[in-house]
Design a protein around this ligand. Structure first.
Ligand code: GAL
Length: 378
């Protein structure tokens, strides 16, 4: 029911994904503690398939996946992971491999037999004149009937407002936008701009997906995703904090085998993950935009099941150490309330505050806070 967490092969490996990469990544997820932190899914994106169907059946590329998909899935299950694959509603995938159009029920059965737990379903090469929503419904219904619970992830890029219909065809998450790049503008466009409007449509078991995390990529990966040197550490913190506040699925796109320490610590931050996975499942809303000198700061917040409130103070501009405040009144609280403020990412108690809290936030950085009523403290 809570936002799925894991790794997806696309951002770093694109068409080069193979069994060795997947096995090494899973081993690294265990060694680094990411599996224990909740990153349970190992998902292979496009390019796992052979170039053509065989006797009408979808098959894996046996040069890249020597032991075969069912063996790989079983081994990952044995390590404690869930396993995801990718297909497409059209005749071909976006990378030109066979799509599931016209084969929905038999492909869903094959996925079930192979031990698949998650299906990302894409939107390329739809036959002309067909309503894409019908094709997503076909696969959604086929998965429901395939005999194995398979989480359905609709990747139709927000084209026909999937937040209005994707849950009704069985999807637990839907992409709200095109592909994310390892670039601040892309985080702003896919994340901050769209999530602000779409928060009301998400909730337990139905999540807005602003695409993968680019945290830790540092400009290394699939050239459809990387652009130059990638984001700064501050920008990665902002992406992670926003995805956590928004209850968005957390899929790491970086090469986990070579993750730098700062990114690993960020992605493993237990306080931020707890906000993302909070059982109320109320996605954060943007409650304020403050303009100063032509640059904005944004304040986001969400209520949490234990009665505390998560708040993100984001400096969207370049100014260093910008003052960003959140007033209790804007959170719907009595101005006289005393709240204990915790900096979640840095794990620091910032003390008791009345009326408001003001943080100093560097360019493109964030302060992720958790505010508690004093009586909740133990
Ligand atoms: C795109 C999709 C990406 C990736 C790619 C694979 O349409 O948005 O996330 O799956 O196809 O070819």
């Amino acid at each position: 029911m809570m936002p799925p967490m894991g790794w997806n092969s696309w951002n770093t490996f694109g068409s080069e994904v193979d069994e060795i990469v997947v096995r090494e990544t899973a081993a690294a997820m265990m060694d680094t503690g990411l599996l224990d932190a909740g990153y349970r899914f190992v998902n292979i994106d496009d390019f796992w398939q052979a170039e053509a169907r065989k006797d009408g059946r979808l098959i894996w590329d046996s040069e890249k996946f020597l032991s075969g998909i069912p063996r790989l899935a079983a081994d990952l299950h044995g390590m404690g992971f869930s396993f995801g694959l990718y297909s497409c509603a059209g005749t071909h995938t976006c990378g030109g491999r066979p799509g599931s159009y016209g084969h929905e029920a038999e492909d869903a059965k094959a996925f079930a037999e192979w031990g698949v737990d998650f299906l990302k379903y894409d939107n390329c090469y739809l036959p002309p004149g067909l309503d894409g929503r019908l094709l997503f419904r076909r696969m959604g219904m086929s998965l429901l009937g395939c005999g194995r619970p398979i989480l359905f992830s609709a990747c139709e890029w927000g084209r026909s407002e999937p937040w209005l219909w994707a849950a009704s065809v069985g999807a637990s998450m839907w992409r709200i936008s095109g592909d994310i790049d390892d670039r601040w503008d892309s985080i702003v466009e896919n994340g901050f701009r769209l999530l602000a409007d779409l928060a009301p449509y998400a909730g337990p078991g139905r999540w807005n997906d602003p695409d993968m995390l680019v945290v830790g990529m540092h400009g290394v990966g699939n050239d459809e995703v990387v652009d130059g040197t990638g984001c700064t550490d501050a920008e990665y913190r902002s992406q992670f904090a926003l995805w956590c506040l928004a209850s968005s699925p957390l899929f790491i796109g970086a090469d986990i085998r070579n993750l730098d320490k700062k990114s690993l610590d960020l992605l493993s931050n237990t306080g931020a993950i707890a906000i993302n996975q909070d059982v109320l499942g109320i996605p954060g809303r943007r409650i304020g935009i403050h303009e100063h000198g032509g640059e904005n700061a944004e304040v986001w917040s969400r209520p949490l099941a234990d009665g505390s409130i998560a708040v993100g103070l984001f400096n969207m501009g370049n100014q260093a150490g910008r003052r960003v405040s959140v007033a209790w009144e804007s959170l719907g609280l009595d101005v006289g309330t005393s709240l204990r403020v915790r900096d979640v990412l840095d794990d620091i108690d910032l003390g008791l505050h009345h009326h408001e809290f003001t943080g100093f936030v560097d360019g493109h950085d964030v302060m992720l806070l958790q505010l508690r009523h004093e009586k909740n403290m133990n």
